[in-house]
Design a protein around this ligand. Structure first.
Ligand code: GDP
Length: 435
């Protein structure tokens, strides 16, 4: 066949996302995979996401810096889709350096990422504390939602603004004039002093300057040169502002589509989408959760799985895995393979349940409802599978796992029509079965 004068994209970018409500154990997977990739990128969210990584007997929580930072060969990028709290970022850089890892020259921050300002944090806390019970979204109060609001209202302050002091001052003054009116007249609280904020952010400029780069250009150039990129999602598909259980969602797009807008990497560079899913399910804060267990079983899952937030310490709601939601997640994200985590948490159960459909008004449905109100009314239909009642922690191959645990994995693969290629059988880096 005659050769044609065009080349196919490299497709050497992989997206790794949470398929559920976040906290699926993405951090461990990114850390595990980061030696296969040259660059790891965060593309949305802010310091509300806490990724826990366990290695060499240490447990480290990262909020903003991509989990690849503990792999010295890896370059880390905070993309344009992330909202950055400079205080949190600088603290995290110091923490990683204290652990003996180099950050300068290995971490790049997008010019176009938006900054979280002190007024965003204040607004976040005030609007949440003024919301009535069920209307509380359960935000982490870190100013992330209000910063995204300003971004889409085209009032946001971006990293690039730090590089032009005069413009920064002007923008800060304009923004504060408006926010201070809100504090004074609506919330009857104190105003924020503009002069001290200007000085504070000019100081951040000096500290952040070495990391600021045109990351869109950098990433696309690196991909063209054959480098491999892992895009690390925070939160999970069911918390996506478009595709999640709106309004109980996060303010950004954790789904695989968000990886492109949040990094500037074109979609045709993406070859694989890895969906991380926990062997059971958890949710933090309010919002529908069809498979939630409000009984002793749910309590046991939470205790055994240490289901307390890495950022806030909040207790997570627990339930069995929901394949109706997962099928939706597989479709929306174009998941090509699944990473199953925390399988060990199910070790002590004689029976393990899986929700494969819902009952809605007397009818069985297999499709995930698109609106929160309908989702709140469904009842899960469970299939019970035999538990394995033993540890798989020493297993490194699928064959070394207990037969019932393998049956559980096979059940998920059959129902979701996606291969499970990683199985995490414990928190440690090495406690992983790779197929
Ligand atoms: P992420 O935000 O998706 O990275 O998830 P989190 O860090 O909030 O929660 C995952 C927690 O589970 C962390 O404490 C991990 O160390 C831990 N973890 C990850 N994989 C496993 C596993 O296979 N078994 C157990 N027991 N813990 C795990």
């Amino acid at each position: 066949m005659e050769s044609k004068p065009y080349t196919l994209p490299s497709q050497s970018a992989t997206v790794l996302i949470g398929t559920q409500f976040g906290d699926e154990g993405k951090g461990k997977l990114v850390d595990y995979l980061s030696d296969q990739y040259d660059i790891v990128v965060r593309y949305q969210g802010g310091a509300n996401a806490g990724h826990t990584i366990c290695f060499d007997g240490k447990s480290v929580v990262l909020h903003l810096i991509p989990s690849g930072i503990f792999n010295e060969k890896c370059v880390c990028v905070i993309g344009n889709g992330v909202v950055i709290d400079p205080v949190a970022l600088l603290e995290e850089i110091a923490k990683v350096e204290e652990l003996g890892y180099t950050v300068k020259g290995r971490l790049f921050i997008s010019h176009n990422a938006h900054l979280i300002m002190p007024y965003h944090k204040r607004l976040d806390a005030l609007s949440e504390s003024n919301a009535q019970g069920g209307q509380k979204i359960g935000t982490t109060g870190r100013g992330i939602g209000p910063s995204y609001e300003d971004k889409f209202a085209r009032k946001g302050i971006r990293v690039v603004d730090l590089l032009s002091p005069a413009l920064l001052q002007e923008k800060l003054r304009d923004n504060l004039a408006e926010k201070n009116k809100l504090f004074r007249n609506i919330y009857e609280g104190e105003e924020i002093d503009v002069e001290s904020m200007v000085r504070e952010y000019e100081e951040f400029d000096k500290l952040m300057d070495p990391y600021i780069t045109n990351t869109q250009l950098y990433l696309n150039r690196q991909l063209r040169q054959g480098k491999t990129v892992l895009l690390e999602g925070a939160q999970g598909c069911l918390l996506d502002v478009d595709h999640g259980t709106y309004p109980y969602v996060t303010s950004s797009s954790p789904t695989s589509g968000g990886a492109c807008t949040g990094s500037g990497i074109a979609p045709n560079h993406i070859g694989k989408v890895i969906g991380v899913c926990k062997a059971y399910m958890t949710r933090v804060g309010n919002g529908a959760f069809p498979t939630e267990l409000l009984d002793e079983t749910g309590e046991t899952l939470g205790q055994v799985g240490h289901e307390f937030g890495a950022t806030t310490g909040r207790k997570r709601r627990c339930g069995w895995i929901d394949l109706v939601a997962m099928r939706y997640s597989v479709a929306v994200n174009g998941i090509t393979e699944l990473a199953l985590t925390k399988l060990d948490v199910l070790d002590g159960f004689a029976e393990v349940k899986v929700c494969n459909s819902y009952m809605l008004d007397g009818k069985e449905i297999r499709d995930f409802p698109t609106d929160h109100q309908t989702l709140s009314r469904v009842k899960p239909v469970f299939t019970a599978l035999k538990g394995w009642m033993a540890s798989n922690a020493a297993a490194r191959t699928f064959e070394e796992m207990r037969p019932e645990a393998r049956d559980y994995v096979a059940f998920l693969e059959r129902e979701l029509e996606v291969p499970v290629t990683f199985i995490s059988v414990g928190p440690g880096r090495e406690e992983t079965v790779f197929r």
